[in-house]
Ligand binder design. Sequence first.
Ligand SMILES: C[S@@+](CC[C@H](N)C(=O)[O-])C[C@H]1O[C@@H](n2cnc3c(N)ncnc32)[C@H](O)[C@@H]1O
Length: 292
Amino acid sequence: MEGYAAPGGSVRSTSARSLSERDERGMAEESREEIFTRTEYRRVIAWKERIRRESPFLREVLGEAGGRRVLDVGCGTGEHTRHLAEQGWQAVGIDLSEDMIENAATLAGAIEGAGSARYERCVAAEAGGLPDAPFDAAICLGNMFAFAEDGRELDSWLRGIAAALRSGGTFLLQILNYERILASAIRYLPVNFRPLSEEEGDGEIVFLRILTPRPDGDLDFYPVTLTLRPGADPPVEIRSARQGKHRPWKRSEMEAALERAGFRVDRIWGGMSEVPFVPEESYDLTLAAVKV
Ligand SMILES: C[S@@+](CC[C@H](N)C(=O)[O-])C[C@H]1O[C@@H](n2cnc3c(N)ncnc32)[C@H](O)[C@@H]1O
């Protein structure tokens, strides 16, 4: 049984994926899981600032959805789930990674006002089976869809999310804009710097994300975390380095896949604010779709 919630919140124990299913799914998901846990994803993002920046846009788009139940797909350590719970939503965060879900539940327990957030290990394709479904809205932020191996997997994730929504429910999805990345032969994403913890002393964690085009059209993705300590010998050390793969979905492919899964694409932006989408310039591809 795999289910977690913040102390004070509801605790459900629902097995989202049986062991035999996990075996059949093979290695791909296990290594995807490792990519995020091993890169200390929680520590390398400036979460407070990010949530503050994205909050007005989330309020605007999700506010239009009506209702109170929201699903955060690929919630990671649950920052958006907690934020939405603080805003009065009944928020459920799901992730394929057990570590992420455990961390999300622990963090929510430590933060006052986040008690209505609930976390569960569940993959996108199976979101329709969640006990809280149907939801009024769903979000999937932070480029999760780039980790779908192919169109078949993309479709299964989107169908799972559609199955978790009520008809008329809103789905907000954000991935990188690969049209810009490919057109400008971009080889890295913006570098993040975060302070080390007090116990670790002076210095910073540096988060690098390297992209390398592959012959098959996908991109190799190397998330790397470094410790930077000025004056130390050596001053820079590798904390972790992983290799994954991004599928560089284009806007037209995402739109077609959403429609196949039973959504109507409603609006498209170039980031997590109401900026227009410009194929060769926008940093992100952000779509709002309505479950038909
Ligand atoms: C880059 S993180 C994004 C975290 C957060 N949503 C954000 O906006 O930063 C992607 C997350 O999606 C999860 N994930 C990847 N594939 C998934 C799937 N098929 N179903 C559910 N979660 C998945 C990973 O474990 C990881 O925590």
